[in-house]
Ligand binder design. Structure first.
Ligand SMILES: C[S@@+](CC[C@H](N)C(=O)[O-])C[C@H]1O[C@@H](n2cnc3c(N)ncnc32)[C@H](O)[C@@H]1O
Length: 254
């Protein structure tokens, strides 16, 4: 067989088989990285890691670094501006540009035949950039192979830290970002048995006021940085005086 032809076939095959892994790394405790995620993170040549500010660190990457040595790996940082995304309106131009840019970088590695792993905080299925990235990559290259690996969600870790179950029996559960309009949060709190509020850090004062009005303050518990070294559980929300960390989740269970 002609060696040149054989070589080019190998190259084409390699291009076709490179995979993008979108992997949940849990909410902070490196021991909560699943075995499957660990294995993929340890063996994939390129780590494409998200960060919310250009000069900041990637929390997902820092969780991975606590679990394994990545010094021999190719790491590329993808910047995703932290902005509200309303499904009705779609992303802002900045956000769309960031997704496009990230997708291009990832496609470039995949086209070189290199598998890429995108570690994401918690579980990729819950308010993660992973799915936006997935859609953007696929819109450009529909034949790319993508594999998702679920992770432990922050709310599961918050539940474990507090001993408060998320739902039992015929409970109705709602998971919402606290950045919704107050009216919608009020309706949700009234209509569900458990409400998990994420992204609470900037609106905690308004939430505390609303919980007070609905007589739900005694049913609320806030977990800041679950599973991280400085984890903090707030059972009495009225006592919180400083702004809480972005990694804070509020569980309201009636
Ligand atoms: C962009 S969402 C990511 C959610 C993540 N994909 C998951 O599965 O939990 C960010 C929000 O997750 C919650 N969160 C993430 N890590 C957390 C932690 N270690 N402790 C408490 N809440 C956390 C906070 O509500 C934060 O505002």
């Amino acid at each position: 067989m002609c060696p040149t032809i054989q070589l080019s076939t190998e190259i084409i095959d390699k291009h076709m088989t490179a995979t993008l892994y979108i992997v949940g790394v849990g909410p902070g405790d490196p021991e909560l990285i699943t075995r499957k995620a660990f294995h993929i993170l340890e063996t994939t040549p390129v780590i494409a890691t998200p960060k919310g500010s250009r000069n900041g660190n990637s929390t997902a990457l820092s969780i991975v670094e606590q679990a394994m040595d990545i010094s021999s790996r190719e790491v590329t940082h993808l910047y995703f501006p932290m902005q509200k995304i309303h499904k009705k309106n779609g992303p802002s131009t900045d956000v769309q540009e960031a997704w496009d840019d990230a997708a291009e970088q990832i496609i470039e590695f995949l086209e070189q035949g290199k598998d890429v792993v995108f570690p994401t905080l918690g579980d990729p299925a819950i308010y993660s950039t992973g799915y936006y990235l997935y859609e953007t990559v696929l819109s450009r290259k529909p034949d790319i192979r993508v594999e998702f690996v679920p992770g432990i969600a922050a709310m599961s870790s918050c539940s474990a830290a507090t001993g408060v179950p998320i739902c039992l029996g015929d409970d109705k559960l709602a998971v919402i970002p606290a950045t919704f309009a107050a009216g919608e949060i009020r309706d949700t709190l009234q209509n569900f048995d458990t409400v998990v509020l994420m992204k609470v850090h900037r609106v905690l004062d308004q939430l505390i006021e609303l919980l007070g009005e609905l007589d739900l303050l005694d049913h609320a518990i806030l977990v800041e940085r679950a599973g991280m070294k400085d984890e903090c559980i707030h059972k009495n929300l009225a006592k919180i005086t400083d702004e809480v960390h972005y990694f804070s989740t509020l569980i309201v269970r009636k």
